[in-house]
Design a protein around this ligand. Structure first.
Ligand SMILES: Cc1cc2nc3c(=O)[nH]c(=O)nc-3n(C[C@H](O)[C@H](O)[C@H](O)COP(=O)(O)OP(=O)(O)OC[C@H]3O[C@@H](n4cnc5c(N)ncnc54)[C@H](O)[C@@H]3O)c2cc1C
Length: 662
């Protein structure tokens, strides 16, 4: 038997594809590492430590597309030649020999360059150096006042025993599901409960309560898609998604909004699918909310959300508690680390709900299994071909295939399988930026209930596409990558005040669409630009976020635009002038740090094959027996945090698949 349960062997073995720093033959002692070391010394200044360059190579090794990674490694190598250095730095001195001050000057010039490829070089190297320094214990992180994880993980048994192939393998089942997150978990459980034989392929590993180290760097490596390296192709927006058994539901912030009725009405109109307004999707929303124990009774705000609420109340603006999918959540300081996995099991991720249901009903869960292609014969899906454990061939023969790999990977899988049409189009990202506030007292924005309060104030004023205001837990690695870098000393000074910062995040409902394409090696590429109308709404959102922080008592408020723009509340006209300056400075094309926590819409559902990738019954227009059951389905952006909407659509998809196979 070559399919072995991971439980027997304890923590899962590392997947070689996840530690592919050396994937391009580049490792310790390479010229690229020497160049990264010099550049990192310039970027980090006193925050540099010798472990950083190796970590940078490791992070770069997790990038989705080999082409981009190889191109960057090629440039780094060229920088260590006289000709390459001359082209990129204006002096024929190999970059590995530059001292920190000279390297810092080079990076500053790149960041301010008028030439997009040169600017992109700074955008490619800078955040990686900062993440490498601050997402792990060491001198950089120590100076921020960050306490690191609060104690060790609990010694509790793992409750699932997923399979991990250790040789080539063939499985047979009724339904093969790709992905185990919000969509995949629900669809697998519902189909298994309906008596079908289900196999779930998950490309991430299995980590349970006892495995959550709560080290930021470990979490990005082990639980997040491409270790947090995925960005839009212009590097302007960083894309965060879960990649582990349970997918996004393991790392997400537990906010559980039902799809708003106005959004359901819009979706019915855009897609022609009556189920959005007939009560069918509403019934699925109720069913999944009940299974997850969604409640507004566990939303005790931490310091970050108290400031948000205070600011909103002082302005007389809307403030609401966030519904959350938790049971017995302590809502204490430690909850801020729950984005790296909930150690108490309170967060009702699919790991502790639907995947347990699925396993109890006989579904087989396979981890470390990367589905590469849907097998199609005579226009009908007959199964999947996957790479397991980074090197074994896994074939799953099935009567139906359900793609639930998330809105980036589902279209990539379908494109690799020869589908076209609308597959990959209509991608929405909910791009987010934030206003930052510096306070006189420590806030410790990494602590406290993940998310507890929000404001829909702008919806009332600017309509259904206006941004929401929320907070998120912020740990040093991601903070370092987000805070504007103007010089090593300036960035270091910001990091030393980290504990005093808070934020109001601007969650934008984007009307403009991007597209998932395939790279030559079959990995996804995200083409996306911030459209003018979305940028205007983002600017309005940032202005409002700044006002909230000012009302909450911030001593200084600033944006995370490339030019760090700030104001001191209390100075007459300052907030208004700031709003105007930040709007003019702009947000697209790398002018602001943007983050996407919600990817949607890239295989949307609809009656018209010219405008959608799957039909009203979730079946791909082009291939029988192939279904989609994840965030890719959304006809437009959900406008609220999407997990519950994803689960409801997956719940509905399961009924359609079961009916088709009956
Ligand atoms: C940090 C963070 C915080 C968030 N907070 C919230 C929140 O509070 N509330 C909310 O509503 N939403 C939140 N979200 C978003 C929410 O988690 C996602 O919208 C949701 O999980 C998407 O569901 P999905 O099924 O489409 O994909 P996912 O849940 O991402 O699951 C996809 C799974 O498929 C796997 N996969 C991908 N490709 C393959 C392949 N080829 N073979 C096998 N497996 C594959 C992935 O590894 C992953 O595990 C958050 C997201 C993040 C990253």
């Amino acid at each position: 038997m070559s399919l072995s349960p991971t439980e027997a062997g304890g923590a899962p073995a590392p997947d070689p594809s996840r530690t592919a720093a050396g994937g391009a033959g580049v490792g310790a002692g390479s010229r690229q590492e020497a160049v990264l070391a010099a550049l990192a010394a310039g970027i980090l200044g006193p925050a540099w430590d010798p472990a950083v360059p190796g970590r940078m190579l490791e992070i770069l090794g997790r990038a989705a597309g080999r082409r981009d990674r190889d191109r960057l490694l090629g440039v780094l190598r060229a920088l260590d030649t006289r000709a390459g250095a001359l082209a990129f730095t204006g002096r024929p001195a190999p970059v590995s020999g530059l001292g920190p001050a000279a390297a810092e000057a080079v990076v500053r010039r790149w960041a301010a360059s008028r030439l997009p490829p040169v600017r992109r070089l700074a955008a490619a190297v800078g955040p990686v150096a900062l993440l490498a320094a601050y997402a792990r214990p060491g001198p950089a992180r120590d100076a921020t006042g960050y306490p690191g994880p609060l104690g060790p993980a609990p010694d509790v048994p793992r409750r699932l025993a997923p399979l991990r192939p250790d040789g080539d393998e063939e499985l047979t089942c009724d339904v093969a599901v790709v992905g185990s997150g919000a969509g995949g978990g629900v669809v697998a459980a519902e189909l298994a409960r309906a008596g079908l034989d289900v196999v779930v392929l998950e490309k991430g590993g299995y980590a349970a309560e006892r495995d959550f180290t709560h080290q930021e760097g470990d979490a990005y490596r082990d639980l997040y898609l491409y270790g947090l390296t995925l960005t839009t192709d212009d590097l302007a927006c960083r894309i965060l998604a879960g990649s582990t058994l349970g997918g996004g539901t393991v790392v997400n912030y537990s906010t559980s909004f039902p799809t708003p009725p106005a959004v359901l009405a819009e979706w019915a109109e855009v897609s022609g699918v009556d189920a959005f307004v007939s009560g069918e999707v509403a019934a699925s929303l109720e069913a999944v909310a009940a299974r997850l124990g969604v409640t507004e009774g566990h939303s005790r705000p931490g310091a970050r959300d108290r400031l948000l609420e205070q600011g909103l109340e002082r302005l007389g603006w809307h403030a609401g508690p966030l519904p959350r999918n938790v049971r017995g959540c302590p809502q204490d300081a430690g909850c801020g680390w729950c984005g790296f996995g909930c150690r108490t099991g309170a967060k009702q991720s699919t790991l502790v709900t639907y995947l347990e249901d699925a396993a109890a009903a006989g579904a087989r869960l396979v981890v470390g299994a990367d589905a590469r292609r849907v097998l199609v014969r005579d226009g009908r899906a007959t199964g999947l071909e996957a790479v397991a454990g980074g090197r074994h061939r896994l074939v799953v023969r099935a009567r139906a295939v359900v793609a639930a790999a998330g809105a980036i990977e589902t279209p990539a899988l379908l494109l690799r399988s020869g589908l076209g049409g609308q597959v990959g189009r209509n991608l929405r990202l909910h791009p987010g930026t934030a206003a930052m506030g510096a306070f006189a007292e420590p806030v410790r924005w990494w602590e406290g209930t993940l998310q507890a309060r929000y404001s829909a104030e702008l919806r009332g004023r600017l309509g259904p596409y206006a941004p929401l205001l929320e907070t998120v837990p912020v740990h040093p690695g991601v903070a370092a990558a987000a805070l504007p870098w103007r010089s090593a000393a300036d960035h270091r000074a910001q990091m030393e005040r980290l504990a005093d910062l808070s934020l109001v995040a601007v969650l934008c409902r984007d009307a403009g669409a991007g597209r998932v394409l395939l790279d030559r090696d079959g990995s996804p590429r995200v083409r996306w630009r911030l459209r003018a109308a979305d940028e205007a709404r983002m600017a309005a959102g940032l202005a409002a976020a700044g006002e909230v922080l000012a009302a909450a008592g911030a001593e200084e408020v600033f944006s995370i635009q490339r030019r760090r723009l700030g104001f001191r509340p209390g100075e007459p006209g300052a907030a208004h002038d700031w709003a105007e300056t930040t709007r003019r400075a702009g947000f697209g094309g790398g002018r602001a740090a943007l983050f996407s926590y919600h990817q949607m819409g890239s295989c949307r559902i609809g009656t018209d094959p010219a405008a959608s990738a799957v039909g009203p019954d979730h079946r791909a227009h082009e291939v029988d027996g192939l279904y989609v059951a994840d965030a890719s389905l959304f006809p437009t952006a959900s406008g609220v945090n999407p997990m519950l909407s994803v689960m409801a659509l997956a719940h509905r998809a399961a009924a359609k698949v079961a009916a088709a196979l009956a």
